[in-house]
Design a protein around this ligand. Structure first.
Ligand SMILES: [Zn+2]
Ligand SMILES: [Zn+2]
Length: 129
């Protein structure tokens, strides 16, 4: 008879799940950590794809044209304030999607303050689910 192994997690004396290196409890933790790593890698890939789109000549050119035609921040305008738009915001987050990224009906001009506020909100929502 082969003795069952003990969980490899430091300080854990529980028996490992047959065929695994961890006990029940730590196996769950390991799986959760792996899932989190995967989710992070995916987010990282999206960020990389997005950053690549922002560095294209096409984006720089079309963004400038858009701001020429839409020179005011739409968020500030809604509040009755006049603020120069400095950023082109994607109304629906493009998440690296090229089609959504270059879709001008998905663009709006925002001042830097409004854009930062919106971006912060999106990040918060992504985290909170
Ligand atoms: Zn354990
Ligand atoms: Zn604004």
């Amino acid at each position: 008879m082969t003795p069952r192994k003990v969980c490899v997690s430091p300080g854990c004396c529980d028996l490992a799940v047959p065929g695994a290196a961890h006990c029940d409890f730590h196996l769950d933790r390991v799986k959760a950590a792996q899932a989190e790593r995967k989710a992070k890698a995916k987010l990282g890939a999206i960020a990389v794809a997005g950053a690549a789109l922002y560095s294209t000549e096409r984006w720089r050119r079309e963004r400038r044209l858009f701001l020429d035609r839409h020179p005011l921040c739409v968020d500030c305008a809604e509040l009755g304030a006049v603020e120069v738009a400095t950023d082109v915001d994607h109304i629906t987050p493009h998440r690296g999607d090229r089609k959504l990224f270059f879709d001008r009906s998905n663009w709006q001009g925002l001042c830097h303050r409004c854009h930062s506020r919106k971006t912060a909100r999106e990040v918060f929502h992504a985290k909170g689910g």
